[in-house]
Ligand binder design. Structure first.
Ligand code: NAD
Ligand code: UFG
Length: 329
C-alpha cells in the first residue's frame, strides 16, 4: 500500500517508517520538522535501503491536498502533533490548534480523495487516573492537561466521521510509554533541551550530560513507592502500526499498544544499570504535578484481533536506548 505518514520524521514516525518499508509498503512522509530533522529520513533510507518521498509541509495547511493529488494514497498514519504535557498547559492554544486542526485537515483530504484507512496516534493519557490495567472499554476520563484533551477530541472527531461514513476505517492506537531505539543505533529519541521523559533523562545522565536523575516521588502506592509505567520498545510499537493497518476493517477500532507489564522508576534505573554496566546517580524529590501512580495496559484485544505481540524486553529497551544516545551528537 501507499501510506502517508504524517510526522514521519519524528521519534515514533521514523521507526514506523522502517517497519512499514520492511513490510513492503511504500512510504510518503509529510512533516513540518518542528520537532525533528530531515536527516532522520535519510537514516531510515539507509537502514532499509528503500526510498521515501518527503514533503516538508504543515498538516494544518490545506496544501496537504497536493500530496493526495500527487500519490494514490491507500492509507494514512497520523503522527504529526505536539506532545509535551507540561508545555500544553503553558500554550494551550498552540496544542488545540495544531493537534485538532491537523486531524481535521487530514481527515477532510481523506474524504475528498476517498482514502478510507486512517490510523491515529492516541495516548494512554486519555484513561486519566483509572484502575489498572487500562482496558479499551473504559469510559474516557477528563485528562488534566490540554495535550490529553487534544487526543480525546481527535478520537471523538474520527469516531463521528466513521459513524457518518461507514466505509471509513479508523484505528485509534493508545500508546503507553515508548522507549529505546532501532537496533542500528541510527535513529532514536532525541528531544530538544532537557528531556521531560524518564528514559531520555536516564541516557543523558549515563552520558554525563546531566548530573543526576530526579525521581519524582517515592510515596505512591506501588511496589517501591515510585511511579509505575508500561514501557514498550519503539520497534514493537512500530510493528503494532503495521499490524493495525494490515487488519483494518470498516468502523472504529481502539487498541492499547503496551506490554501489559508495569515497571517502576527504580526498577527501570536498575535495569538500565545492569544492561549497560553504567551507574545512574539519582535523588528522590517531590512528586511531579499531574502524575499518576500506575499506568499499564490490558493488551488482550491487540493480541487477539491484530495478532500482535511484543518481542523485546526491558533489557533490550535499555541497551538500544543507550546505543543510540552514545552515538548521537
Ligand atoms: P515527535 O515530536 O518526535 O514526532 C512528531 C512529529 O510531528 C515531529 O516530527 C514534528 O516535527 C511533526 N509535527 C508536529 N506538528 C506538525 C504539523 N502541524 N505538521 C507537520 N508535522 C508536524 O513525537 P513522537 O513521540 O514521535 O509522537 C508521535 C505521535 O504520538 C504524537 O501525536 C504524540 O502525541 C503521540 N504519542 C506519543 C507518545 C510518546 O510517549 N512519545 C505517547 C503517546 C502518544
Ligand atoms: N519520572 C521521573 N523523573 C524524570 C522523568 C520522569 O521520576 O525525570 C517518572 C515520572 O514521575 C513517571 C515515570 O517516570 O512516574 C514516567 O514518566 P514519563 O515522563 O517518561 O512518562 P509519562 O508516563 O508521564 O507520560 C508519557 C508521555 C505522555 C503520554 C503518557 C501515556 O510523555 O505524552 O506517557 O502513557 F501521554
Amino acid at each position: 500500500m501507499n501510506i502517508l505518514v504524517t510526522g514521519g520524521a519524528g521519534y515514533i514516525g521514523s521507526h514506523t517508517c522502517v517497519a512499514l518499508l520492511e513490510a513492503g509498503h511504500t512510504v510518503i512522509v509529510a512533516d513540518n520538522l518542528s520537532n525533528s530533522k530531515a536527516a532522520t529520513i535519510e537514516k531510515v533510507k539507509q537502514i532499509t535501503n528503500k526510498e521515501i518521498t518527503f514533503y516538508h509541509m504543515d498538516m494544518t495547511d490545506e496544501l496537504v491536498n497536493t500530496i493526495f493529488s500527487n500519490h494514490n494514497i491507500d492509507g494514512v498514519i497520523h503522527f504529526a502533533g505536539l506532545k509535551s504535557v507540561g508545555e500544553s498547559a503553558e500554550k494551550p492554544l498552540d496544542y488545540y490548534y495544531n493537534n485538532i486542526v491537523s486531524t481535521m485537515v487530514i481527515a477532510k483530504a481523506c474524504q475528498k480523495f476517498n482514502v478510507n484507512r486512517f490510523v491515529f496516534s492516541s495516548s494512554a493519557t486519555v484513561y486519566g487516573d483509572n484502575k489498572v490495567p487500562f482496558v479499551e472499554t473504559y469510559d474516557l476520563l477528563p485528562t488534566t492537561n490540554p495535550y490529553g484533551e487534544t487526543k480525546a477530541m481527535s478520537e471523538r472527531i474520527l469516531t463521528d466521521i466513521a459513524m457518518a461514513n461507514p466505509a471509513f476505517s479508523v484505528s485509534l492506537l493508545r500508546y503507553f510509554n515508548p522507549v529505546g531505539a532501532h537496533e542500528s543505533g541510527l535513529i532514536g529519541e532525541a528531544p530538544n533541551g532537557i528531556p521531560n521523559n524518564l528514559m531520555p533523562y536516564i541516557t543523558q545522565v549515563a552520558k554525563r550530560k546531566l548530573e543526576k536523575l530526579r525521581v519524582f516521588g517515592n510515596d505512591y502506592i506501588t511496589m517501591d513507592g515510585t511511579g509505575v509505567r508500561d514501557y514498550i520498545h519503539i520497534m514493537d510499537l512500530a510493528e503494532g502500526h503495521v499490524a493495525a493497518l494490515n487488519n483494518l476493517t470498516e468502523g472504529v477500532h481502539i487498541y492499547n499498544l503496551g506490554t501489559g507489564q508495569g515497571t517502576s522508576v527504580l526498577e527501570l534505573i536498575k535495569a538500565f544499570e545492569e544492561a549497560n554496566g553504567i551507574e545512574v546517580p539519582y535523588e528522590i524529590v517531590d512528586r511531579r504535578p499531574g502524575d499518576i501512580a500506575s499506568c499499564f495496559a490490558d493488551t488482550s484485544k491487540a493480541r487477539q484481533e491484530l495478532g500482535w505481540i511484543v518481542k523485546r524486553d526491558i533489557t533490550e529497551m535499555c541497551r538500544d536506548a543507550w546505543r543510540f544516545e552514545k552515538n548521537y551528537k
